[in-house]
Design a protein around this ligand. Structure first.
Ligand code: 5GP
Length: 189
């Protein structure tokens, strides 16, 4: 799957502020595309199909596993999430830089591939702040939040697998740090 575009992988526990940071970076770099993932979880109130995710059924997802459709896939918080191999291939072959926002399990699969991704982990300032942010978001039930916090601990323990680690304690500062990483890595390509 050799191409001329550069592949970026960002991971963070839910509530670390990753979505906001990713939006800011995408606005800033015209040569950077976003890979819209597929998921079997239900859309949240503010989410749009084909924009935030492609929302598909478990049956459709499992068929695509059998067809080797996914570059990587994982079960996160009881739902399937996956990245289309064909989409990534097309993008990189066209020379576009591409950003994947995926969990640690998926990131490890992409790290083990021939795609040599630039990997970035975003940390919340503390576990307490993360817990507060998830509650304030008001989009998930108590049970879902508890599950996400459990996963967050496990994910944060794997941060050293990544080339860059950013602490999102101040949005402007974290945005600047992230943009510098993209600038450096894109210019190096
Ligand atoms: P959420 O349900 O909050 O949108 O996402 C939950 C987790 O799934 C996040 O850590 C997010 O990065 C991850 N995720 C989203 N899309 C994918 C994907 O295509 N593959 C994998 N492995 N994880 C994903």
């Amino acid at each position: 799957m050799a191409g001329t575009g550069k592949l970026f992988v960002i991971s963070a526990p839910s509530g670390a502020g990753k979505t906001t940071l990713v939006r800011k970076v995408l606005k800033r770099f015209n040569s950077l595309s976003y890979s819209v993932s597929h998921t079997t979880r239900s859309p949240r109130k503010n989410e749009q199909d084909s924009v935030d995710y492609f929302f598909i059924t478990v049956k459709e997802f499992e068929q695509k596993i059998l067809l080797d459709h996914w570059l990587e896939w994982a079960k996160v918080h009881e739902n399937y999430y996956g990245t289309s191999r064909q989409f990534v291939k097309n993008c990189l072959e066209k020379g576009r830089n591409l950003l994947l926002d995926i969990d640690v399990q998926g990131a490890k699969k992409v790290m083990a591939s021939e795609l040599e991704p630039v990997t970035i982990f975003i940390l919340p300032p503390s576990f307490e702040v993360l817990s507060q942010r998830l509650e304030n978001r008001g989009t998930d039930s108590k049970e879902v939040i508890a599950r996400r916090l459990g996963n967050a601990k496990a994910e944060m323990a794997r941060k050293d697998l990544y080339k860059y680690v950013i602490v999102n304690d101040d949005l402007d500062k974290a945005t600047k740090e992230l943009c510098l990483i993209f600038k450096k890595e894109i210019e190096m390509a």
